[in-house]
Design a protein around this ligand. Structure first.
Ligand code: C2E
Ligand code: MG
Ligand code: MG
Ligand code: MG
Length: 288
């Protein structure tokens, strides 16, 4: 009897696996079709200068609106694209769209583009990026490539050579989702970056936990001591803005300023006109 129910469980497990494999294969086929028929989209999210309140950069984020499943987020479909061997052409397309759009926005100092680990490890990456810059006439100094710690789990030598080559071209490198991995600090020591993007989970803890502010304050100071620029991600609330400005964070990104949308320059109607003034002591949660 016990044997039988064990067998039953094994069969159910097998059925689950089969369904999963089938679903994945379907999604891959759908994604390939969407990409080939030009059904993917790009959106931009503004990045705001913490001192002036002006939009100085923008991050391109890829979008997939599935005909029956609705919107599928990049956290879900980028791994599918990697598995399907689609990520290189897809990533190249995103990069091209980003550079072309930013070329039309001289007010933007830079445009930020995410690279998946598979893209980063592609031996042709440097040539591909160089080709896109040439084709769009976009200067490398205005391109920021965002990578996450996961690209370093593979091979130290290849990764650091790759980083150096990109930086030699004048491209800047941001370490995305800073603080969420296993050894963010040791990566800062081993590799040369231009900026870090503090993950939303840390911004969320400003005002939520008593040590939230202490941690973000330490991270900003550390980054600045290493000569790195700091962007805070996922900024949604006014008190977070005030705290981050007081702590000397360089740039901010989040729904408070604007959701990803078609226009790289568009920010929500937030009052930033008075931002030339220092943050007032009463409104800042950091004061005292
Ligand atoms: P990310 O690079 O860390 O991008 C930030 C994510 O946070 C975006 O989600 C953005 O829409 C979301 N976000 C920004 N501000 C706020 C906020 O105030 N509140 C909340 N709740 N969320 C906010 P999205 O667009 O779903 O992208 C998820 C991830 O997918 C990105 O994380 C990035 O790692 C990856 N991704 C997006 N586009 C691309 C791409 O073109 N290529 C590659 N390789 N990866 C991409
Ligand atoms: Mg990013
Ligand atoms: Mg991030
Ligand atoms: Mg992310």
């Amino acid at each position: 009897k016990a044997k039988e129910s064990g067998r039953g469980r094994a069969l159910a497990f097998e059925a689950d696996m089969e369904r999963e494999v089938r679903e994945r294969r379907e999604m891959e086929a759908d994604l390939r079709e969407a990409f080939e028929y030009g059904k993917l989209a790009t959106e931009f999210q503004p990045i705001v200068d913490a001192r002036t309140g002006k939009v100085v950069s923008s991050e391109v984020l890829v979008r997939w609106y599935h005909p029956t499943r609705g919107e599928i987020g990049p956290d879900t479909f980028i791994p599918i694209a990697e598995h399907a061997g689609l990520i290189l052409p897809l990533g190249n397309w995103v990069l091209k769209r980003a550079c072309a759009a930013a070329a039309q926005c001289p007010e933007l100092n830079s445009i930020a583009v995410n690279l998946s680990p598979v893209q980063f490890m592609d031996p042709n990456l440097v040539e591909q990026v160089t080709a896109v810059l040439a084709e769009t006439g976009f200067p490398p100094e205005r391109l920021v490539l965002e990578i996450t710690e996961s690209v370093f789990l593979k091979d130290f030598g290849t990764a650091s050579t790759k980083l150096a080559k990109l930086r030699e071209l004048g491209i800047r490198i941001a370490l995305d989702d800073f603080g969420t991995g296993y050894s963010s600090l040791s990566y800062l020591r081993q590799y040369k970056f231009d900026k870090i993007k503090i993950d939303k989970s840390f911004v969320d803890e400003i005002g939520e936990r008593s040590d939230g502010l202490a941690i973000i304050s330490a991270v900003i100071a550390l980054a600045h001591n290493l000569g790195l620029e700091v962007t805070a991600e996922g900024v949604e609330r006014k008190f977070q803005v005030d705290a981050l400005r007081t702590l000397g964070c360089d740039t901010m990104q989040g729904y408070y300023f604007g959701k990803p949308n078609a226009n790289p320059m568009k920010i929500t109607d937030v009052a930033t006109e008075d931002w030339d003034q220092p943050v007032s002591e009463e409104t800042s949660p950091v004061a005292g």
